[in-house]
Design a protein. Structure first.
Length: 295
């Protein structure tokens, strides 16, 4: 696949490192974004301005967009311009049923579909260490595998179209609840007089030591909430997880509580900040700390 031209559509926090990593790995990459971006953010990425130009001659199109609605809107504009035999890979987080419908529509046009959401954040994309959950027909996933392997160390084919996005909901429930647990634990620690560093040091190597305690904990310690993962994105996935659970007859009370806390963060105007900002709500007894970065 490294010989096939690749277009990365959506150059946000994840799309940019994905495009750069693929270019570094020998793929012929162009990028497109719905809105103009400053030159310093897109340095090293060959840009096109129109979706028609993004699709023309591109064997593989990687979608890295905000949500299922944005993916659907871009795909509607893209469909008339897709070349024969194109493969569309949705690496954002979308509704599983939407992905199944998109796979059917593309198949009718002779194009392939893989939903391949990721876990590991921008740093994982830069290093090529993402976990990737792929859903799609066997032949489409195998065609996509060299590209996915350039981005991730764990590429798991978890089922047909939509299965990748379903597995991402499982991932995001674990991540969302872990972020909430770390925020609450560190608020308790602070109230008892412990610093974040003291907590991390004391728990290192134990059962409570995890990626969120390290990464989110560091941001909380620095009160630095420039987004690595925007809070609104984490909440969007928690909402999808809660809706999926309700449709299946599952209560998942912890997910509901985390979602409700997240809604309060959004209401306080902190949705564009890093997910670690949840700590500010917990530590301030329901009120985001006055003067926190970004407000």
């Amino acid at each position: 696949m490294s010989g096939e031209p690749v277009a990365v559509l959506g150059l946000g926090l994840m799309g940019r490192p994905v495009a750069r990593r693929l270019a570094e790995q020998g793929f012929a990459v162009t990028g497109w974004n719905r809105s103009p971006l400053p030159d310093d953010l897109t340095e090293g990425i060959a840009l096109v301005r129109e979706l028609a130009d993004a699709a023309a001659g591109r064997g593989v199109l990687v979608l890295m967009l905000a949500d299922s609605a944005a993916t659907g809107a871009v795909l509607e504009h893209l469909l008339p311009h897709l070349p024969a035999g194109a493969l569309v890979i949705d690496m954002g987080s979308s509704e599983p049923e939407d992905s199944r419908d998109r796979a059917r529509r593309l198949a009718a046009l002779g194009a392939g579909w893989v939903d391949a959401p990721v876990s590991g954040g921008p740093g994982g994309a830069e290093r090529g260490t993402l976990a990737i959950m792929a859903g799609g027909a066997e032949h489409d996933v195998e065609r996509a595998r060299p590209l996915l392997a350039a981005l991730g160390t764990n590429v798991a084919h978890v089922g047909g179209p939509g299965a990748g996005h379903a597995m991402k909901l499982v991932n995001q429930v674990i991540v969302g609840l872990s972020i909430a647990a770390v925020a609450e634990a560190l608020a308790l620690a602070a109230a008892m007089g412990f610093s974040v560093a003291e907590v991390q040091g004391a728990l290192r190597g134990g059962s409570a030591d995890n990626a969120q305690l390290r990464a989110v904990g560091n941001r909380i310690a620095q009160r630095e909430y420039a987004p690595g993962a925007r809070f609104r994105t984490v909440l969007k996935d928690l909402r999808m997880g809660a809706d999926a659970a309700e449709a299946l007859g599952l209560a998942l009370p912890a997910v509901r509580c985390a979602r409700e806390a997240g809604e309060r963060v959004i209401a306080a105007g902190a949705g564009e900040e890093d997910c670690a900002v949840l700590y500010e709500l917990v530590a301030a007894d329901g009120r985001l700390r006055a003067g926190a970065p970004g407000r």
